[in-house]
Every structure is written in structure tokens, then in C-alpha cells.
Ligand binder design. Structure first.
Ligand code: UD1
Ligand code: UDP
Length: 373
């Protein structure tokens, strides 16, 4: 009998990391594939759905401005449960560590439907960094019947928590599949990433630093320190910072108050994935607190300074392309200036590695789902 696979996602990073799985499941033909987006994110999710050509079967449209974790989680649990009751899936597939992924796993568990977890086993071992993702991942890890670990490190973290070794599979991270897919699309159709041309012309001759920041644990003091560091970096006339600002009002408020009017800081709307891939390629350095960017930058050999105290993605640091710099203003500035001024320090970090995967993760995941009970 054809297996029904319900694929649940809701935010930009989940969509980016899940679209290769949706494409591969649909291409396989062995499954009835049902896609459900919570739309925990709206605009940023829709940007990914559009480029990936996915029209979800269910769109819960749950995003509210400045939503709270408990309000969001309660709505997710109820609404995802209804979709599961209607679709009666044999498997529910969730990705990563968002509220949508956690509530999707929990709603499936309440119906005794097995859960497959894409990007399993990431651990910082600090439940407040990243917050609330570390606990979301642990909850999903307790429920899942299949754990698709991106690396040996993440597989080992699951084994250390006594997860059945037979249920853990190292697949690579689907973000590398996504990045390769979008890079091929841009190569075939450069106009897909042509929208930065005006900014590129305006900043010609300057050294580009790409910036993203959105972590909840950095709200308040952390974000103010990050904004202060950006001001200090922008004091150098040889540098320009391109910063697609996350629409979360807690992020926007601080960045607009601190950075408006600086002529070499371009605060822009979130970029769609082809344009963000372009930003990665034109940036000399990435300055970020994002999870996904920590994985993409090493694949492209772009030094990435990670504005976090801990990381659940140590592979980028071990490969030498990523460095944890925390959220201390002076430290961020010193680290950026070292990379800008010390050629040896820069080239030591600027080597392409693929510690997170080989671009074949979705194919492996689909094979494992085909062979699962
Ligand atoms: C969420 C995830 C986080 C992930 C991040 C990726 C949780 C708890 N957090 O955090 O793990 O790293 O997404 O970006 O699941 N907003 C918009 N338009 C959008 C998206 C967001 O306006 O397209 C605004 C809304 O006001 C929304 C707010 O941002 O209420 C926060 O969105 P939410 O998904 O709750 O949190 P993120 O910080 O984006
Ligand atoms: N990204 C994007 N446009 C942007 C900023 C980021 O497409 O303007 C992509 C980026 O390439 C990565 C993902 O979004 O794949 C990371 O998402 P985010 O930083 O929101 O979440 P996290 O990875 O921290 O959970």
C-alpha cells in the first residue's frame, strides 16, 4: 500500500532544508506526499515556497505579529493535530528545532504516528543557547522513530542520550542539497539573483561584510551590542555591510534605531534564497547568529563569525571556517578587523569544506523512508 508521508514545516530555514526532501519524495513515486505549512513565518516562508515550486496541500497561516512562544505553540498543536486527523499519515516528517517542528512531532506522538526527524542530534548542551531550540530538539529526539543526523557528531550526541543506534542514520544536512540546487538554478538563470546589482554598484571597491541576526536569546542587550559593533565596523570607509533584517519587531526596532543613516550599511528586506546565495558569494566575511548560515558559509569557503556563546554546529569551527565570537561589541569588531587586515588569518579561514554534507542527504532520507515500516 502507498505510504502517506506528511511533511510539516513553517519557517524559512525549515523550508530551505525541507524542499530537497519534498522534491525527492515527490520524484520517487512510492509515496503519497502531503505538505503542510504552519506559516509560523509568512513572507519569509513564501519566498522559499516560490523558488522551490511548492504549493502546500495545507497552509495553516498561523503567523501573528510579535507572536509569543506559548501562543504560537498552542495554535500549532491544535491545528497540526487537525491536519493529521484528516490525512491519517503513516509518517510525519519534521525538520530542525522550531516551534513548528516540535509541535508537529508532539501532535504526531499524540496520535501514535511515527516521526522522522531531519537534522537530528544537534546539541549545544545549554538549554538557553539557543533558546528555545535546544529543548525543542530534545523533545523531538525523544519522540522520533527515525533520526536523520547530518554528521557523525550529531549521531554521537543521540547515542549518548541512549537513542537506539539502529534508528540513527547519518545522511548529511539537506541545506547542502538546497544550496547546490539554488546555485545550479542561478547558474542557468543569473537574473534570479540579479536584484542586488544596484547595491553592488553602489558599494563597488568596498569590502563587503554580509550580516544576519535574529536569535531570541540575543534580544535586548545582545542585539544592542551587535548593532554597536556594526556601527564601529562601518566607521571604516573601505567596508560596506549588507544586512537583510529579520522582520521580527524586536530585531527591527534595535537595528533601525542604531543604524539608520549610515551610508555604508544597507539594511534591506529579507532576501529570497537565490539573492541570499548571491550575498554569500559577494561577501568577504559573514557576520551572523544564524544556524543555517553557519552551515552554508563553510561550503562556500566564506569565513563566518558567529555571534553566539555556544554552537550546536561545531563542525564549522573544527573545519576552521567558522569562529564563535559571542555578542561582545569590542570582540566582534576586533575579530572582523583581524580578518580584514591580516591576510594569513583570512586565508586560514577561507577554505571550502563540506563538513555538513555532500548534497545527497535528501536522496538518502527518501531511501530510508521507503525501507521504513
Ligand atoms: C523562528 C524559530 C527559530 C529560527 C527562526 C529562523 C521558533 C521558536 N523560532 O524564530 O528557531 O531560527 O525562526 O528565522 O520556532 N515575522 C514576520 N514575517 C515573517 C517571519 C516573521 O513578520 O515572514 C515576524 C512576526 O512578527 C513574528 C516574528 O517575526 O511574530 C517572530 O517569528 P517567530 O517564528 O516566532 O520567531 P523567529 O525569531 O523568526
Ligand atoms: N536566508 C535567506 N535570506 C536572508 C537571510 C537568510 O534566504 O535574507 C537563508 C540562509 O541562506 C539560510 C537560512 O535562510 O539557509 C537561515 O535562516 P535563519 O537565519 O532565519 O534561521 P536559522 O538557520 O538561524 O534557524
Amino acid at each position: 500500500m502507498t505510504k502517506t508521508i506528511l511533511v510539516v514545516f513553517g519557517t524559512r530555514p525549515e523550508a530551505i532544508k525541507m524542499f530537497p526532501v519534498v522534491h525527492a519524495l515527490k520524484a520517487d513515486g512510492a509515496f503519497r506526499v502531503v505538505t503542510c505549512v504552519s506559516a509560523q513565518h509568512r513572507g519569509m516562508l513564501d519566498q522559499v515556497l516560490e523558488i522551490a515550486g511548492i504549493a502546500p496541500d495545507h497552509d495553516l497561516d498561523l503567523m501573528k505579529p510579535d507572536q509569543t512562544l506559548d501562543g504560537l505553540t498552542a495554535a500549532l498543536l491544535t491545528e497540526l493535530g487537525k491536519v493529521m486527523d484528516a490525512e491519517k499519515p503513516d509518517w510525519v516528517v519534521v525538520q530542525g528545532d522550531t516551534a513548528t517542528a516540535m509541535a508537529g512531532a508532539l501532535a504526531a506522538y499524540y496520535r501514535k504516528v511515527p516521526v522522522a526527524h531531519v537534522e537530528a542530534g544537534l546539541r549545544s548542551h545549554n538549554i538557553y543557547h539557543p533558546w528555545p531550540e535546544e529543548v525543542n530538539r530534545k523533545i523531538i529526539g525523544t519522540i522520533a522513530a527515525l533520526h536523520f543526523a547530518p554528521t557523525e557528531t550529531s549521531a554521537a550526541a543521540l547515542k549518548a542520550e541512549n537513542v537506539d543506534a539502529g534508528a540513527i542514520h547519518v545522511t548529511g544536512n539537506t541545506v547542502i542539497d538546497a544550496l547546490q540546487w539554488v546555485s545550479a538554478r542561478i547558474e542557468a538563470e543569473p537574473a534570479l539573483a540579479g536584484g542586488l546589482a544596484d547595491l553592488e554598484a553602489r558599494f563597488a571597491g568596498r569590502r563587503i561584510v554580509g550580516v544576519t541576526s535574529h536569535r531570541r536569546e540575543n534580544f535586548g542587550g545582545g542585539l544592542e551590542a551587535i548593532a554597536g559593533a556594526i556601527r564601529d565596523i562601518a566607521a571604516r570607509p573601505d567596508v560596506a555591510l549588507i544586512f537583510p533584517v529579520h522582520p521580527n519587531p524586536n530585531v527591527r526596532r534595535v537595528m533601525e534605531a542604531e543604524l539608520a543613516g549610515l551610508d555604508n550599511v544597507a539594511m534591506i528586506e529579507p532576501l529570497d534564497y537565490p539573492h541570499f546565495a548571491r550575498l554569500l558569494s559577494i561577501s568577504e566575511i559573514m557576520l551572523t547568529d544564524s544556524g543555517g548560515v553557519q552551515e552554508e558559509a563553510p561550503a562556500l569557503g566564506k569565513p563566518v563569525l558567529v555571534m553566539r556563546e555556544t554552537t550546536e554546529r561545531p563542525e564549522g569551527v573544527e573545519a576552521g571556517t567558522a569562529r564563535l565570537v559571542g555578542t561582545d561589541r569590542a570582540r566582534i569588531v576586533t575579530e572582523i578587523f583581524t580578518l580584514l587586515d591580516d591576510k594569513a588569518a583570512y586565508s586560514a579561514m577561507a577554505r571550502a569544506h563540506n563538513p555538513f554534507g555532500d548534497g545527497q542527504a535528501a536522496r538518502r532520507i527518501v531511501e530510508l523512508l521507503r525501507n521504513a515500516g
